[in-house]
Design a protein. Sequence first.
Length: 316
Amino acid sequence: MLIKKAPDIKWSEITDKKLYMNRRQFIAGTTALGAFSFLGHSKAGPPKLQERTQLKLSKMGEYTLPDEVTAYQAATGYTNFYEFSTGKRETVELAKNFKTKPWPVSIEGEVEEELKLDAEELISKFPLEERIYRWRCVEAWSMIIPWIGFPLKDLVKFCRPTSKAKFVEFTTLMDRKQMPGLKKRVLPWPYIEGLRMDEAQHPLSLMVVGMYGGTMPNQNGPPMRMVVPWKYGFKGAKSIVRIRFTEKMPKTAWNRQRPEEYGFYANVNPNVNHPRWTQASERRIGEEGRRPTVMFNGYGDQVESLYAGMDLRKYY
Ligand SMILES: Nc1nc2c(c(=O)[nH]1)N[C@H]1C(S)=C(S)[C@@H](COP(=O)(O)O)O[C@H]1N2
Ligand SMILES: [Mo]
């Protein structure tokens, strides 16, 4: 999966969509041959970026958007990772030395066989693809991010859940030595998120291992994290160490913290406001003004059938 070291992949200045699309076509062309290199964009961005490794893509995802991709600097310099800090800009510095190798991942609960294996080995079992998704935080900002990963449904299949499995739970590493934010009881640690099985097996649900052509910087949640694009960003648990299949709905960290503010489903829904602010609009990072928020973050035609007959005001 990892091909060569790239100390500074110059994504920082690329906000121009045409440039980005050209580059994607370029990648598409070269990955077919097994080669993968970066051309052009020789001007280094101002802040020093963490060292990243380019990732080899096995196919170009057919998932793309007309919107302009968010600048790399914004998507990686403005992050929520409370285990390090609640400050969105502090995480870069605080997670600088985060050790993500080796990285044991355990697969537990309602599965044919419980397993423990290293993230690198696990990830190597799946062909990687790039997908450009809308990313909407519950705090009413949004971005457009080119993620790299593999369908979560393929991972679910690999885990061989039993017929009792109704939900899947994801747990983030909880390491007080490395993660200074754990000292604050802002959440009931560890960070736990979960999905219903049909949500986890939906083709849009992605296990993400990289972004913008390479591995993820530490503040974005390597070596693997969830991205479920029709839900608020907080469902996207970072730096996952445990995947557990359960009969009962997982007790997720945000829901335990403030059940009246953060539901289990957390579907992007402009009609159901957060108790403290509107969800009808959002600020697209890098843009002036606000945009209207779209039901299911714009993925409604693909996901609304998952919730047929459910009262989404009650199951928020
Ligand atoms: N472990 C962990 N995962 C997390 C968070 C966190 O604090 N800890 N924050 C969540 C929130 S609120 C959001 S909006 C997204 C942000 O992902 P990004 O920083 O890659 O944009 O990560 C989610 N996953
Ligand atoms: Mo968020």
